[in-house]
Ligand binder design. Sequence first.
Ligand code: GLC
Length: 764
Amino acid sequence: MRDYGKIKTWKLDGRTVYVQFEKQKMEITVLTDEIVNVFVPIWSEDHRSKAIEKEDLERVYSQGFTVNAELKKDENGTELVITTGKIKTIVSDNGYVDFYTLDGKAVSREFRGERVPIKTLGIWEMELLRAEGHTVADTVLNKPVSDTRVVGKDEPIYGLGDKMGLLDKRSYEYENWNTDDPSAHNEQYRSLYKSIPFVICKKPEYAYGLFYDNTFHSYFDLAKENKEYIAYSADDGNLDLYFIGGGSIKNVIGNYTFLTGRTPLPQLWTLGYHQCRWGYSSAKDITEIAEKFRELDIPCESVQYDIDYMDGYRVFTWNEKDYGPKGELFEKLYKKGFKPVVIIDPGTKREEGYFMYEEGTKNGYFFRNAEDTEDYVNEVWPGEANYPDFGRDEVRKWWGKHVNDLTDMGVAAIWNDMNEPASFKGPLPEDVVGYDEDRKTTHRELHNVYGHFMGKATYEAMKEHTKKRPLVITRACYSGSQKYCAVWTGDNQSLWSHLQGMIPQLCTLGMCGFAVNGVDIGGFGSDTTPELLCRWIQASSFSTFFRNHSANGCTRQEPWLFGDDVVDIYRKYVKLHYRFLPYIYDLMHEEQENGLPVMRPLVMHYEDDPATFNLNDEYLVGEKILVSPVVNPGERVKKVYLPEGKWVSYPDGKTYEGKNYYLVDAPLDHMPIFIKEGSIIPMYGEMSYVGEKKMGTLELLLTKGAKNLIHYQDGGEDLSYLQGNYNLYDIKVSEAGEVSCELLNKAESVPQYEHFKTICLNID
Ligand code: GLC
């Protein structure tokens, strides 16, 4: 319940309406006709954001907008009505803010009552719940920042990044406090590595988003304690809510990513297959693994370097004893098409004479203790360690300089880990001192953006220095980090429940702007089995971050350790990924424009079909491919839901009528894949790695009624595409099956395809 008192004064200035209540100030800013910000300076008048940076605001502000504000008074009180081209925001006495469509339909209204836990409307159960003492958890009541909003009883809720649980997050509660917890993440986990305080609520006639931009520890109850509302609260900071309209889920995602930034187009090779293990602990290990991939004809881009490549886990050092002279192994493997991807941890070993420690200490680059008398110390892999204070530009630049040393040595991509930040001797106290640029603050505010700032430091240095599109993979991050980082979901385990959880988790990350995402295929902790590994490589085969990774001490996870049958299945699906690479790349290109990820839940394109609202064992790749992996042991037939339209099974070409469930054969070597009839899918021929061969031929997978395809092609590595150095093809197929092509954009230095080859899927 809000209690700001009556509206005393108000003023519209530019895009912002300044409202003074009796007890509180509020600013309502119109960012676009569909995005409205409500800022209540509870903690500070200084309206700062980590998610929305200067460049983001400039982009948003360059759009046209309309705003009109008028005060309406009647016997019930005062209302300030703020109208944009598409949304009506009504601010009432006491500080309530409600959002409506222009024709007056309520979209998101504040809940005016007390929070009361009512799980069902059955009177007996209500009484039972109360009798058993179910109350609103003390942890979320009386927080300085809170916002409780009405939702319809059956309306699905999506979002919150990497959180566990089903796709529809209704009836779960979560916390945003970036957490490294090595135990098996289960459905009830409240917090994981990332903080993305953004939800999408789907009303039958209008989908909208709520982004609560606040980096302090925050809490979401998504209609769990009461079906009638969702409740947000935070330990500190301001109420800084972005209401994101749009009407459809796609538009809401488009608007959210327009505001917080989009995942930039990655280098083509980074979308290929990667192999990793914490435990490839020498040049010999890495080389043997790499060679085995080539020998068994399983495509692969990198065998990644986990912490052992460092000298005693000292960040930015090289373990010459086990990995040979600097750069030598990289060079040797580059020749075979393997690009070096190395892990980086922020925890910097405290040791006299170690350059990072010396530089960081001398210049005051580390977090300080609460009294600000000495550098704060905790423990991570190298033992006692300090934590770089990434909130400051000069610290990011210092870090970036060392990132440049790595890329100078040949490193092609960087994997940022342990950046929640992790600490072995208890969590970092909230009063540890750090900076938000020039402003002194504490870890309480900085914790959830630690990984974000580390990602920004890494990305900006790599981009500037290498002039290529950086791949920075991160474990921890915040909203907006998608501008800098690809994400993986941290330490999952070799469990069927984690394979199942992957689909909603990755779909959700994509809905929150993280278009390049993936999980550790096979499971990181615990011991995988042949069947689980086969089903996992299948289910992941359209992933944008496509990596098998496992932990020291668990069963090794290279496919050849599980027998020839597993190798055959594994190879088949890694190759399948490469065949579809041009389609995935087209989607990444389109994502720059529309903000939509590659891997999508069905509800994103079939919003009126309730069968898709909480579908957790299928996903779409773009709009044209539907994948229905087997995620249960022993299952050899998959129940598949196909939404509206006709769907053609790949590769056998059988046509299915949509809006139906089917039982489809799914022996261990098969995952059901369907292509939407009327589509053309661009494909490459086989390759062992990106760049192995010149791709002179583009294959076109045709389905009945297919007419045209817009296809993108560039050099795959550098940034010249931003200056127009790319080919954009408008490919048409006539009824007689003849292919014609018009170039909508011609690259300066990217050779065009020499041939188009058609493959007919369900055409005689
Ligand atoms: C963390 C990472 C994992 C890595 C390990 C050792 O647990 O999440 O991927 O292998 O540290 O560096």
